[in-house]
Design a protein around this ligand. Structure first.
Ligand SMILES: [Zn+2]
Length: 279
């Protein structure tokens, strides 16, 4: 089952008891991220002595921004998006807001760097994949049906992997493109070991219920119906229930739970992720 409160959701068992994995502890790990205090965001010009203003490197004009994926700091990130978002792309590794949120969660909340895990990374984003494959404690498999440079070509609705062979599935911005997403969720549940996790990110509109329209088949129809030519649905507030139906206990974690200065420092938007544990 799936339940929301205050922008954060906690997994519930069928009889209503709180699922036995501790959302609060993991959220504490995120909130405790050692971003600098708010006073560090004073404009650079206000901090600089007059004699030094003229020689400050241009890259440090404005508030500092830090990419947790490549650990570089910059004064400005790059713009991105159909509706352009300023300071969206890290100039070092190309990460977007959702990639930085995902990596913070993997590193700080799941403590990935210190654990021995088998990971299935669906449609791997280059910036995240490079960090994961560099960790010697992980057994990593990246799968993608369309990218020729992906390590394995695999349909997410028919994973050619043994049952209960994976500890962690990472699947970000994929399921909104998959018509039979329930099949894909069932496959994640099948290949995960009991207690394994699927970290799932979809573009989420929490103000509405999930919207699908079988009549929307062409790119133009899908653009009109879902706001994107290659999306097959709008994922709404109930999308966690769909994940839970596949056999997961689901927590929704919102980047909005972080403080404003941390979101500015890491350049995060209102992304959410579903931390989904296989029962
Ligand atoms: Zn970066």
């Amino acid at each position: 089952m799936f339940r929301s409160y205050g922008g954060i959701s906690a997994g519930r068992t069928e009889n209503g008891a709180v699922a036995p994995f501790d959302l609060a502890a993991r959220l504490d790990a995120l909130v405790a991220i050692d971003a600098p205090a708010a006073k560090a965001y004073r404009p650079a010009a206000a901090c600089a002595r007059p004699a030094a203003r003229g020689i400050r490197p241009a890259v440090f004009r404005g508030h500092p921004k830090h990419c947790p994926v490549c650990r570089r700091q910059s004064g400005h990130f790059l713009s991105f998006g159909l509706v352009r978002r300023r300071n969206a792309v890290c100039p070092g590794c190309g990460s977007l807001e959702r990639h930085r949120f995902l990596w913070l969660y993997l590193e700080k909340a799941l403590r990935l760097p210190g654990r021995r895990l088998s990971i299935l990374h669906v449609a791997p984003e280059t910036c995240i994949r490079e960090r994961l494959v560099a960790l010697p404690n992980l057994r990593y498999a990246g799968v993608d049906l369309y990218r020729p440079d992906a390590p394995l070509s695999m349909d997410v609705t028919r994973l050619a992997l043994p049952d209960a062979s994976i500890d962690l599935v990472i699947c970000s911005h994929v399921l909104e493109h998959v018509e039979r997403d329930r099949l894909a969720l069932g496959e994640f549940a099948r290949v995960l070991r009991p207690g394994g996790r699927a970290i799932i990110i979809v573009p989420l509109d929490p103000r509405r219920a999930t919207l699908e329209d079988a009549e929307a088949r062409t790119a133009a129809q899908r653009l009109a119906a879902f706001g994107h030519p290659y999306h097959v649905r709008i994922c709404g507030a109930d999308y966690g229930d769909r994940i839970a139906e596949a056999g997961f206990s689901v927590c929704r974690v919102d980047a909005g739970a972080l403080s404003g200065h941390r979101r500015r420092y890491f350049r995060l938007n209102k992304a959410s992720l579903f931390d989904s544990r296989r029962g």
